[in-house]
Write a protein that binds this ligand. Structure first.
Ligand code: PHE
Length: 344
């Protein structure tokens, strides 16, 4: 075969095969085949030894030119392949913005949580700190430090779950008062609000639950008075039941406060005229409170000659029931979503 023809054939063959290349790997294999050391161009160059000395330079040039041409085709192809890969990647990652979105369902805060946070916010605004204590409490803090020694008859007011002789599920959040004062070894003024779960031995029914939630308040300094307590509770009652509400204090008894009061809010349904909600009295009981008993201050290291204060404890479930007319306390912990979703 003529050398000229052979060169043409090598070129055409390379072009033809290059056209069929689909992947980068095929490309690299073909490039090594055609342009590599064992490829047809090497073979062509070595076949020049059969030519005469005059013919050689011209053919050498033709071969080198052809090789350069083929190399250029390979470069084109390589660019094509790269573009193709980019396009494929783009296509794969394409986002169809017209597809309908997946609905993300948000949870919501439980009604009890919502009320706790509402009360917390109110008191934080008045300079209080939020404090928490353990639900498994020692008898000493739950009762004794609160002026309720072992044989005190008022212990019967709060039927307890004992774990051991000395350990029980706290019956109220009042032990957090004790813990906070004891922690405060410098006897600085105290202004705290303490939400949390409490436990009492009760048979669960529409109006009783063995576990419920309280928010405790405690203020201790050198000047806090009974009228400060009254003003504070009025602010709380208005926050929870509306600006028009009034409060009324009735004498009561708690071992840890003296004097003690039971606090009523004017009926938010009838405005105090008397209705079925307030049993025709115009008033609804919402919490217990009083001036911190001197024995409690002294036991916790606060000199009653220098310090005084007030405390209150409010049941959150009771607030929820009153505020939303809930007819069964069990709705507040059985977590029926149909119930819970009403308070989103
Ligand atoms: N700890 C009392 C209770 O659970 C409520 C209370 C707290 C009363 C603080 C007075 C002062 O019944």
């Amino acid at each position: 075969m003529q050398l000229n023809q052979r060169i043409e054939q090598v070129k055409m063959d390379a072009k033809e095969r290059l056209n069929h290349v689909k992947t980068l790997q095929e490309f690299q294999e073909l490039k090594a085949d055609v342009l590599g050391k064992k490829g047809p161009f090497t073979e062509l160059l070595s076949s020049m030894k059969d030519l005469s000395a005059q013919e050689r330079p011209a053919f050498g040039q033709v071969i080198n030119q052809s090789k350069a041409e083929v190399l250029a085709w390979f470069e084109d192809k390589s660019q094509q392949l790269e573009q193709q890969l980019v396009n494929e990647a783009l296509q794969k990652e394409a986002i169809d913005v017209t597809l309908p979105g997946k609905t993300i369902r948000y949870g919501s805060r439980h009604l009890i949580r919502q009320i706790i946070e509402e009360v917390e916010d109110l008191f934080i605004g008045m300079g209080y700190e939020v404090k928490e204590g353990p639900e498994v409490e020692i008898d000493h803090y739950n009762f004794e430090m609160l002026n309720l020694p072992k044989s005190h008859p008022a212990r019967d007011m709060q039927d307890s779950f004992y774990i051991t002789e000395e350990l029980l599920l706290r019956t109220h959040t009042s032990p957090v008062q004790v813990r906070t004062m004891l922690e405060n070894t410098l006897q600085q003024p105290v202004r705290i609000i303490c939400p949390g779960k409490v436990y009492r031995r009760d048979d669960d029914d529409q109006t009783h639950s063995h576990q419920f939630t309280q928010i405790e308040g405690l203020v201790v300094d050198s000047t806090a008075t009974f009228s400060d307590l009254k003003g504070t509770l009025l602010v709380l009652a208005k926050q929870l039941f509306g600006e028009e509400r009034q409060i009324r204090l009735r004498p009561s008894y708690f071992p840890f406060t003296e004097p003690s009061v039971e606090v009523d809010v004017s009926c938010y349904k009838c405005g105090g005229m008397g209705c079925s909600m307030c049993k025709q009295t115009g008033w609804i009981e919402i919490l217990g409170a009083g001036m911190v008993n001197n024995n409690v201050l002294a036991a916790a290291g606060y000199d009653p000659q220098k310090f005084q204060g007030f405390a209150f404890g409010v049941g959150v479930e009771r607030l929820a029931i009153l505020k939303y007319g809930i007819d069964d306390i069990r709705n507040l912990y059985t977590n029926d979503l149909r119930f819970n979703r009403q308070f989103k």
